[in-house]
Design a protein around this ligand. Structure first.
Ligand SMILES: [Ca+2]
Ligand SMILES: [Ca+2]
Length: 274
């Protein structure tokens, strides 16, 4: 039994030798497949270390030798006093900081190659690499009105007994200006409750709660409207097939109850417990 990320598209063969990154004390072979983005810079302040290198290959080796390095910025011009170039080693990547990935006359950017390069995620969901599997996770985003549910497809058949939703960004709100928004709920009228639903493709909620209000909010023991993640246990495991669609809805939008004054969009990662 294990939590499995549901929203990544799995390549048929995830052999270790397909990985774009392999390192660690137990590994006999270390390598990283870096992709070059000319005249670009990941402009973030969290720099692991700054090193002087002879060329970008040297910088790639420095990054590979640092277990937390995932990308680097390479200064195109050498230092004024030597032939060496400045190289900033970074512990994150442009997929997790897309806004900070900008054009630059001074730097080239290099990041470990990933399926995210082909922008595989739909509906504005961010793509985040799983480097050691050459795989990726797509976020699922859902709004609060106008049937703006988020959808995803199951990639592995089996029986699922629970779903976990991990909040990544954004918020949903049940009333413009009066409700400043939260990860899952409606602070204005249902503070502490969850108003987010998993449904099947027919919009039938998987939430089995006898106290479900007309706005689609409910108590979920151990979690509240702003929990970083929520777990939805099913009353009994459900059989799922590969490719089967599921949806994430905001309660008022799902039940068409007072949703015209809602706003916001919340983005999550979805996990299934098989
Ligand atoms: Ca509302
Ligand atoms: Ca609706």
């Amino acid at each position: 039994m294990a939590w499995i990320v549901l929203t990544f598209i799995t390549f048929i063969h995830i052999a270790k030798y397909n990985a774009q990154l392999q390192r660690g004390e137990q590994e006999h072979l270390q390598f990283g497949n870096f992709k070059e983005f000319l005249n670009h810079l990941l402009n973030i302040s969290q720099v692991l270390s700054t090193v002087n290198v002879s060329d970008s290959i040297d910088c790639a080796f420095q990054c590979l030798a640092n277990v937390t390095c995932l990308s680097f910025n390479f200064d195109i011009s050498p230092n004024s006093s030597s032939t060496l170039h400045v190289c900033h080693l970074l512990s994150t990547d442009k997929y997790n900081h897309s806004i900070a990935f900008v054009r630059s006359d001074q730097f080239h950017h290099f990041t470990i190659a990933s399926p995210c390069d082909s922008s595989p995620c739909q509906d504005g969901g961010q793509c985040r690499p799983l480097y050691d599997k050459n795989d990726f996770v797509c976020e699922v985003c859902f709004g609060a009105r106008d049937d703006s549910y988020g959808k995803f497809s199951i990639h592995k058949a089996g029986k699922i007994s629970a779903f976990k939703l991990a909040h990544r960004s954004g918020f949903v709100s049940c009333k413009l200006s009066a409700d400043k928004g939260s990860n899952w709920g409606c602070i204005l009228s249902y503070k502490g409750q969850i108003c987010t639903h998993m449904t099947d493709a027919s919009n039938v909620s998987l939430v089995n709660n006898l106290n479900l209000g007309i706005h689609g909010c409910y108590q979920l023991p151990g979690f509240d409207h702003n929990s970083p993640e929520i777990e939805l246990s099913l009353s009994s495991p459900i059989g799922v097939r590969a490719g089967q669609e599921f949806r994430i809805w905001y309660g008022e939008d799902l039940y068409n109850k007072d949703d015209s004054d809602n706003h916001g969009k919340s983005c999550v990662d979805v996990y299934g417990f098989y």
